[in-house]
Design a protein around this ligand. Structure first.
Ligand code: AMP
Length: 373
């Protein structure tokens, strides 16, 4: 069974073709600075045909998407017109994510009208979290309208939790996973139940992101509007494009540039990394309490796997919990490996694991197709 996973960004398109009998990757590729998803899809299908990975389109069992958010759709779902409309209803909450996905999925449906399109929503892993972890203290009517903590990055946090269970053995493990990349979140998983995620109602919440604001007191918005005369559109734009690590550092939305500037003495860049580490620790602390400890704290994604200095900033000074980093192992870590970087006497394993969101999506798509038969 061949399943194509399409990863659609606001200006990028990446794909991976998987053989779901063996879970082998048959082809992968992608395009940056995409202006026309139809064109990127055509080119990707042509590449897969030329390489022999997908000689005939009929061989494709489904196209899977790591969709972000839809009104009242939380799990894995066929992307019918109704589901796309439910995604559109949440465009205001995920303005950088939902519109490109909807456009890309519609293009795919034009090109492959007989192939099922299936989305695993990023909220899925948190569906069964305790109600108290999902509810904001808002009027009941707002909660009914969908103002609540959904949590995102579900495919990645799920992959990490399942990988930890395989690597460490045992059941009902308490895993705190730190997905640090373009978007950032901390997740808590107990066994096979997602318990909580630092992302709340929108992918703009929780930790600072590359250029999107994280946690923000909601009363900052009327203050900016009424006292400083900003319009809601200006505020939303700034929260989406001029916030996060870019906003604090004033340097870049890429941690590599921020670290380089900090090393040259740029105080704002230094502060950006300190805020980032502080907030990551804040969430790890919250989940250490919620899970009553942790069997593993795991770092993953572009920053989590590449930035040893940040990992050290986060894991320093946790002796009271019995959590101890092995500094040499942390510095020696090479991207791509699955490694334990805690000291031998650490009560909690600190690990770095490459994530694999595509395989989680593909497995759920396969399950949905099999259940339909
Ligand atoms: P992701 O979205 O997981 O691909 O992560 C992207 C982010 O990872 C980039 O914005 C960078 O800040 C960070 N990153 C990627 N490569 C490196 C690296 N070699 N060193 C430090 N950070 C990196």
């Amino acid at each position: 069974m061949k399943i194509l996973i399409a990863n659609i960004g606001s200006t990028s398109f990446k794909y991976r073709l998987l053989d779901m009998t063996t879970e082998a990757t048959l082809a992968k590729g992608g395009f940056e600075r995409v202006t026309d998803y139809g064109d990127a899809i055509e080119k990707s299908l042509a590449e897969m045909k030329a390489s022999g990975a997908l000689p005939r389109l009929e061989e494709l069992a489904a196209v899977g998407f790591k969709t972000v958010l839809a009104k009242n759709v939380l799990g894995c779902a066929e992307l019918t017109e109704d589901v796309l409309k439910a995604m559109e209803e949440m465009n205001e909450v995920a303005p950088s994510h939902n519109p490109p996905y909807i456009a890309g999925i519609r293009k795919f449906r034009e090109k492959l009208p007989r192939t099922p399109m299936v989305g695993l929503f990023e909220t899925a892993w948190w569906m069964n979290a305790p109600e108290a972890a999902k509810r904001y203290a808002v009027p009941e009517q707002w909660a009914e309208w969908g103002v609540r903590r959904y949590g995102f990055h579900g495919a990645s946090h799920r992959y990490i939790a399942e990988r930890v269970a395989k690597l460490l053995g045992g059941s009902n493990l308490r895993v705190i996973s730190c997905h640090l990349g373009g978007s950032n979140s901390i997740g808590a998983t107990l066994g096979n139940r997602g318990m909580g995620n630092s992302l709340g109602m929108s992918p703009q919440s929780g930790l600072p992101h590359n250029n999107r604001v994280g946690e923000l007191d909601s009363f900052a918005i009327p203050f900016l509007m009424k006292t400083h005369g900003l319009t809601i559109d200006q505020i939303v734009r700034s929260m989406n494009k001029e916030g996060g690590l870019l906003g604090i550092s004033g340097v870049s939305n890429d941690v590599r540039d921020i670290v380089a500037a900090a090393q040259q003495g740029n105080e704002r860049a230094k502060l950006a990394m300190e805020v980032f580490a502080h907030d990551i620790r804040h969430w790890i602390g919250a989940y250490l309490v919620q899970l009553n400890g942790a069997d593993a704290i795991v770092f993953t994604a572009g920053i989590g796997e590449n930035n040893a200095q940040l990992r050290e900033m986060v894991c320093t000074n946790l002796d009271w919990f019995g959590i101890r980093l092995d500094v040499a192992k942390n510095e020696a870590y090479q991207r791509g490996q699955e490694s334990v970087i805690s000291a031998d006497d650490s009560r909690t394993k600190i690990m770095v694991l490459p994530t694999n969101e595509e395989i989680v999506v593909a497995r759920e798509v396969k399950k949905l197709l099999e259940n339909r038969k």
